[in-house]
Design a protein around this ligand. Structure first.
Ligand code: NAG
Ligand code: NAG
Length: 144
């Protein structure tokens, strides 16, 4: 089962606000979806994500899920880029365009929840293929 939730971040993202999202929103979802601790949480390595407080927090909750680290700027290993692309395209087609944050929020949500489950499923299944391709290419960008 794949959980594909979109969480709106109200504040500017820094290590404190990122940690509160991980602790208050991601953690309970992971516990619910993977009660045996066999889930993976993939974050990209934007600076706030790698921040010390977040590392410490995830060490304290080690048994609850596996934290996947990705090399920074590695879109080939970050399936979210593919999904953002779909959301952006759907929004670009709207007439009229969203004119404020509230409208942008609801348009993004609508686009996100219209992505078929199978798309998420395929992205998850493509991960081992992506990793193999990146390793083979020794970090040079691949077709993904
Ligand atoms: C992050 O931002 C919040 C509110 O925007 C602020 O209260 C907090 O001190 C900031 N944390 C760091 C580490 O800069
Ligand atoms: C956003 O724009 C819509 C349409 O112009 C308007 O009805 C709505 O009140 C606006 N919301 C905010 C929070 O400004």
């Amino acid at each position: 089962m794949i959980w594909a939730l979109l969480i709106r971040v109200e504040q500017r993202l820094n290590s404190t606000t990122y940690l509160s999202i991980v602790a208050d929103q991601v953690h309970p979802i992971m516990l619910m979806a993977y009660p045996n601790g066999n889930g993976f949480f993939q974050q990209d390595n934007a600076p706030c994500h790698g921040a010390h407080v977040v590392q410490e927090w995830s060490q304290e909750h080690e048994g609850d899920f596996t934290l996947l680290r990705c090399p920074p700027q590695s879109p080939d290993l970050n399936p979210i880029e593919h999904l953002w692309d779909k959301v952006k395209r759907a929004i670009r087609q709207l007439v009229p365009q969203p004119s404020n944050l509230t409208e942008l929020d609801s348009a993004s949500r609508q686009a996100w929840y219209q992505i078929p489950r199978i798309t998420f499923q395929h992205l998850v299944e493509s991960m081992s293929r992506r990793i193999t391709a990146v390793l083979k290419a020794k970090g040079v960008p691949t077709k993904y």
